[in-house]
Design a binder for this molecule. Structure first.
Ligand code: VL7
Length: 138
C-alpha cells in the first residue's frame, strides 16, 4: 500500500522561495507578489494516480500524473516552461523529476506526522523548502 497524501493542506512557511524563483527566471514584480503567498494544496490520490492543486489568490496550478509514467508538463502561470516530468515513489516519498531547460529540476513531497513537506529545486544552487501543515483529510 502506498502512502496516502490526500487532503487539504495549508502552507505555513517557505524557506528560500525567492531563490527558487530567481533560479526559474521569474521577474522581480512577480516574485514580490508570489513571495507573500501562502498557497493551499489539495491532493486527490487514488493509489498511484494523483491530482495536486496549488491554490492562491494570485494564480493556481494543477498537475495530474500517474506514478512512473512520464508526461509533458507545461508550468503555465509559473515560469511557463515545457518539461518531461516523471514522479516515482521512494519508499513513502514522492519524487518528481522535471526534465527540460532548467537543470536539476524537480520536487519531493514527504510526510512527518501530520505535516506535509515539499522541497522544490531548480538549477544547482537554489532550493526552496516549503513547510506545509495538514489541516483536513478528505
Ligand atoms: C508550484 C511556484 C514560482 C512563479 C506565481 C506564484 C503562484 C502558486 O510544483 C508545485 O507543486 C507540485 C508539488 O505539490 C505539484 O504541482 C508548486 C508552485 C511553485 C513557483 C513561480 C511565481 C508565480 C504560486 C501557484
Amino acid at each position: 500500500m502506498p502512502a496516502n497524501y490526500s487532503g487539504t493542506w495549508d502552507i505555513v512557511d517557505n524557506e528560500n522561495f525567492e531563490g527558487y524563483m530567481v533560479a526559474l527566471g521569474i521577474d522581480f514584480a512577480t516574485r514580490k507578489i508570489a513571495g507573500m503567498l501562502k498557497p493551499q494544496k489539495i491532493v486527490e490520490q487514488d493509489g498511484d494516480s494523483f491530482n495536486i492543486k496549488t491554490l492562491t489568490s494570485f494564480r493556481n496550478y494543477t498537475t495530474s500524473f500517474k506514478i512512473g509514467e512520464e508526461f509533458e508538463e507545461i508550468t503555465k502561470g509559473l515560469d511557463n516552461k515545457k518539461c518531461q516530468t516523471t514522479v516515482n515513489w521512494d519508499n513513502d516519498k514522492l519524487v518528481c523529476v522535471q526534465k527540460g531547460e532548467k537543470k536539476n529540476r524537480g520536487w519531493t513531497h514527504w510526510m512527518e506526522g501530520d505535516t506535509l513537506y515539499l522541497r522544490l529545486k531548480a538549477a544547482v544552487h537554489y532550493t526552496v523548502g516549503s513547510l506545509c501543515q495538514h489541516i483536513a483529510a478528505d
